[in-house]
Design a protein around this ligand. Structure first.
Ligand code: ASP
Length: 339
């Protein structure tokens, strides 16, 4: 029988209303599992552990590294088939991606959560958790890295983002689409990601800030981030990756000072291209800013922090380049080549 370990961190899936009527993480992961078992028993052996009990909007990079280390510790047990992490949806894309960057084991890590709080008839948590456990127990999930299972779809962590504040299909991945579907616990795989080499888990993550570009914005907040100790900057640029001359000058100063700058976009989908001058993406590229490719600012920030922690400054650009080329291959061709 497969064995799945479920790690709880809080989030809406574990939340109930407090006396003021505000949703607060409070259910232990064992209670989440009991609510799923109430509908039908699991056909896998399950162990569970509470790591944290917070809304994911409260997580720090140290908390996120702690989750990554806890996942790694579980995989020291060879009898474990896979790990499920229950997590708030607000920053699931960041923690899942950090886990993916550091995940070297072929066995799967699945993040899941809920849009509606626990204990309500409308709660989507039990379904999502049951699906996530089924995927974690499925041998075909090997080599998928870290994924997110939500509302019947399976997504690679890289480039997946929260797309809706309230809808049950809270996530999507405009770069690769879903890797598969999960229907009442049965997985149909469509694709597998081609995964770059994993990064070593660092002691801590350096400070990396996101600075937004908008009409009238200048380098003031970027300079403030550097003054606050940022070791890397993600520009949340407009369109295809544009800013203005104030940001280009600031990016040049940062790069000369050994502070990498990554250009991501505030647009939901599409790539970054060095097409425009006069403060646009071509000028940012010319001073050495790196494109985030298909990663959105939230995950570009995680990647830059992990790259800075894992390497010397000269290797950061290579890591960014490797990890921003996202490729998936159809599941059938993966099978035929036996990979
Ligand atoms: N809305 C969030 C959730 O779905 C709150 C959080 O991220 O903890 O869990």
């Amino acid at each position: 029988m497969s064995k799945v370990v479920v790690l709880g961190t809080g989030g809406t899936i574990a939340s109930r209303n407090n006396p003021e009527g505000h949703a607060v993480a409070s259910d232990h992961v064992s209670a989440l599992l009991d609510s799923v078992c109430a509908t039908a028993p699991f056909e896998v052996e399950i162990e569970s552990r509470d790591l944290l009990m917070v809304g994911s909007y409260l997580l720090t990079p140290a908390d996120q590294l702690g989750i990554v280390r806890a996942i790694q510790a579980v995989f020291c047990d060879p009898s474990v088939s896979g790990v499920v992490v229950t997590h708030g949806t607000d920053t699931m894309e960041e923690t899942a991606y950090l886990s993916d960057l550091h995940h070297a084991d072929p066995r799967p890590v699945i993040f899941t959560g809920a849009q509606n709080t626990a204990g309500k008839p409308s709660s989507d948590g039990p379904r999502n958790l049951r699906d996530a456990i089924a995927v974690a127990a499925d041998r075909r999930s090997h080599d998928l890295g870290t994924t997110i299972v939500f509302d019947g779809l399976l997504y690679a962590a890289a480039a997946t983002r929260k797309r809706h504040t309230t809808a049950l299909d809270a996530f999507d991945n405009g770069a690769t689409g879903p890797l598969g579907r999960v229907d009442t616990g049965v997985l149909s795989l469509l694709a597998k990601p081609v995964r770059p080499q994993s990064l070593p888990v660092p002691e801590e993550l350096p400070r990396v800030d996101i600075v937004a570009v908008y009409p009238g914005a200048d380098r003031t907040l970027l300079d403030a981030a550097v003054d606050a100790g940022s070791r890397g900057i993600v520009l949340e640029a407009t369109g295809i990756g544009n800013a203005n001359m104030s940001f280009v000058d600031a990016a040049r100063d940062c790069i000369i000072a050994g502070i990498p700058v990554i250009v991501a976009t505030r647009v939901a989908n599409g790539d970054i291209m060095p097409r425009y001058g006069n403060g646009g993406g071509a000028d940012l590229a010319e001073v050495g800013a790196l494109p985030a490719g298909l990663l959105r600012p939230s995950q570009a920030r995680v990647l830059l922090a992990a790259a800075l922690a894992a390497s010397s400054p000269s290797e950061v650009a290579d890591i960014i380049r490797t990890h921003t080329h996202l490729t998936v291959v159809p599941y059938t061709s993966v099978n035929q080549t036996g990979k």
